[in-house]
Structures are given as C-alpha cells and as structure tokens.
Ligand binder design. Structure first.
Ligand code: 0PR
Length: 385
C-alpha cells in the first residue's frame, strides 16, 4: 500500500488551488507595484531540488554549505568587499537590517541609529525588538538623506548611521560617499540598505548611469544588505549581509553544542538551503553580463513608462534613479481602487500622494502598452485628468 494516498492528494490540491486562484500572479504582468518577481526558471528548478537541505546543520549538508560560500563570494565581489569581509545569509532586507544593527549595537554598546525619513519600516521593528532609538534626519528636495543634518545628531549614544541605496518608495540613493566620509572621520558604523539597489546599482555603473558609489570601495561602509528575492531575480526568501570585518561576526554568534559547527551566527537556526542554491544558480546562469542586460532592460522600460505617463499629463515625484517610478495623483485612493478592480496592482503611498510602479524583470513594453490605456481611462473616470 502506498503511503501517499492519491485520493487525498487530489482533494488537498483542489482545496489549495482554489485559494491560489484568488492570488495575483507575476506571470500575468499585472503586478506593477511589487519589488518581488517571478523567479528565473533556473531558480524554480533548483529550489525544488534543495527543499530538504538545512544550512543550520552544515555538517549534514557540506555541499550546500559550499554553494552558500560561492553565493557570498559572488556578491562580495560585486560589492568590492575586502579580503577581511564575511557574508551572512539572511531571509531578506528586514533580517539584513536587523542583523546589521545587532552587530553595530554589540560592537559599540550604543543604541541610537541616525537614519532618513525614507528608511524602510523594518527599522521600526529594530527599535522595538532591539530597544534601539531612531534619530530621524529629513530629506532634501531630491528625496535623499540631508547629510548636512547628520553631524548635529551624532553623540555619545550613536551606534550607527544608515544609508539607503535604493529606497523602498522611490528607488533613490542617499549620498553614501558623504556618509562614508562622516563615518570614517567619526569612527562610526555605516550600514547600507541595498535590499533593492544591491542587484541594480553595480550594473547601472557598468551601463554608465551617473549613480554614487555605495559599496565597500568606500572605506566608511561597514555592512551592506542586498536581496536576491528582489532584483536578484530569485525565489523568496533570500538576502545577504556582507560585513567588512569577519571578526564582527563573533558579535552575533553563539556556541552551538549539538550541531557540527562549533558556533552559529545570525538569527535563524534551521534554515533552508533552497533559496540559497536557487540564488546561486541565477548568478551562475546570468553572470555579471546577464544581470547587466536585465538592469538595462528594466531601465529602458522605466524610461518608456515615464514617457507614457508624462504624455498623459501626469507628473513623477522625482526623476527615477532606478527602475522605480512614483506617479503623483490627487485622486490617489480612487485610482488605486479602480486599477485593482481592473486587475492591476500598484502601491499606494499616501504621504507622498503617489503610486509606486516598480519595473521588475517580468514587465515588458507590451505590458506597459496594455496598462497605459486602462490607467488613462481610470484617471479620466475619477477626474484625475
Ligand atoms: N529595505 C528596503 C530598502 C526595502 O525596500 C525592503 C522591502 C526591505 C528593506 C525589507 O525587505 P524584506 O521585505 O525582504 O524583509 N521593500 C519592499 C516594500 O516594502 C518589500 C515588498 C516586496 C513589499 C514585495 C511588497 C511586495 O509585493 O515595498
């Protein structure tokens, strides 16, 4: 008798498929507001093969552990990390930020984080979980951190400064070179949140876009987080935190007596090797050249979308730095609700009175050509145009 009862299987799949039908999906091309993506086919295939691996026990899975090292090497090289550096796999941008602030807090024994209003809401979690304090600095008219306001906020309690390389709402990049200088001068910890921009900015540079340096080439940068499940074109959930000095990992590691490795660093214990193997497979498949093409394509479609939207008579909040557009709207909730009724998903950003459109790799010109007439019709219907 088979242990896998086919009748039950069919019944369960039927039930789950009914739930899944209610979801939006990336392959429709109608999700325009998400920083996640339909993963690359190689990522899907590899993910399934590594389902039962556990990187919390590297003694059992030494092969998968080596894949993890290779992925970390790829990203470290991309970010010009020094030889002294180390990498920590995390579940995504939130855990990357938490882990970086954990290191900063341990190293400095201080609690204040200086950051801009545009920082991701994961920092509010950090404030609460880690009993740290957020010291907010305003933005310039370009929606970047106003560096001139930083020095006034540095004091004996400063644990770290945050720079954002690809902001959640508009994809803007803080002046990381200036932040690096300040942090070098004042001997402060500088974390760069490149959850979105980590897989974009290095390629924008190769494509000759004028974007500031943001990585370990800058001496003051201490840690950088990047997400493979955003522009890394891989499966959820995977991020990487690269740490300038391997020794800092001691600050977030504990003895792990019952497993093969003597110590374990980071928040998670048991963690799947699936997303790690998948992300590595995408880096092998695409390589630097492939990612460059992907980013070039996303940027071309961003430009195309910008033109179509401004042709409609609408305005952007700011010129896109990367593949993120903020479209100003007076009738924000009305437009967003109607778009959703028509099957299109964008993000509603109330405090900027705009929608966010993210041009991820699955978004083609054809999709934008389908979207624009619907968007225009809705804008007319609600009196936006
Ligand atoms: N840092 C930055 C700059 C981010 O933009 C994000 C997420 C994070 C950290 C946190 O990353 P995780 O969510 O991986 O922990 N930014 C996206 C956002 O808030 C997350 C997201 C992605 C939301 C896809 C919705 C969605 O469909 O928009």
């Amino acid at each position: 008798m088979s242990l896998y009862d086919d009748k039950k299987r069919v019944e369960i799949l039927k039930e789950l498929n009914a739930f899944k039908k209610r979801d939006f999906n990336f392959s429709s091309g109608h999700i325009l507001g998400s920083m996640c993506t339909q993963p690359h086919p190689i990522a899907k295939e590899v993910y399934l093969k590594f389902l039962e691996t556990n990187l919390g026990d590297p003694e059992l899975f030494p092969g998968t552990k080596e894949i993890e090292s290779k992925l970390i090497t790829f990203i470290s090289d991309l970010l010009h990390a020094p030889k002294t550096s180390a990498g920590q796999i995390v579940s995504g941008g939130t855990e990357g930020n938490i882990t970086a602030m954990w290191i900063a807090k341990q190293l400095t024994r201080k609690k204040e984080i200086i950051l801009a209003d545009s920082s991701h809401f994961s920092f509010k979690k950090i404030e609460s979980i880690m009993d740290m304090k957020l010291i907010k600095v305003p933005l310039t008219s370009d929606y970047n951190m106003d560096v001139s306001k930083i020095k006034d906020n540095i004091n004996d309690n400063t644990a770290a400064i945050l720079g954002i390389a690809g902001s959640t709402e508009l994809g803007t990049i803080d002046p990381i070179p200036e932040l690096s200088d300040i942090c070098s001068d004042e001997n402060l910890f500088l974390h760069v949140d490149a959850a979105f921009g980590g897989y974009v900015i290095p390629f924008l540079k190769k494509l000759d876009y004028q974007v500031p340096d943001f990585d370990f080439k800058l001496k003051g940068v201490s840690t950088i987080s990047t997400d493979a499940h955003k522009m890394g074109y891989s499966v959820i959930s995977l991020g990487t935190l690269i740490i300038r000095d391997e020794k800092w990992l001691d600050e977030i590691s504990v003895e792990s007596p019952c497993i093969g490795s003597k110590r374990q660093a980071g928040i998670f214990g048991t963690r799947s090797g699936g997303p790690v193997a998948a992300a590595y497979a995408v880096t092998r498949y695409l390589g630097v050249g492939g990612y460059k093409k992907l980013v070039e394509n996303c940027m071309n479609i961003t430009k195309y979308t910008e033109e179509k939207i401004t042709d409609m008579g609408l305005h952007l909040i700011t010129k896109p730095t990367m593949n993120v557009l903020g479209v100003k709207l007076k009738k924000l909730p009305e437009v967003v609700n109607k778009l959703s009724e028509y099957g299109w998903k964008v993000n509603k950003i109330d405090h900027l009175s705009c929608i966010r459109i993210v041009i991820m790799p699955q978004i083609t010109k054809k999709i934008i050509d389908e979207f624009i007439p619907v968007f225009r019709k809705i804008c007319k219907e609600v009196g936006e145009l």
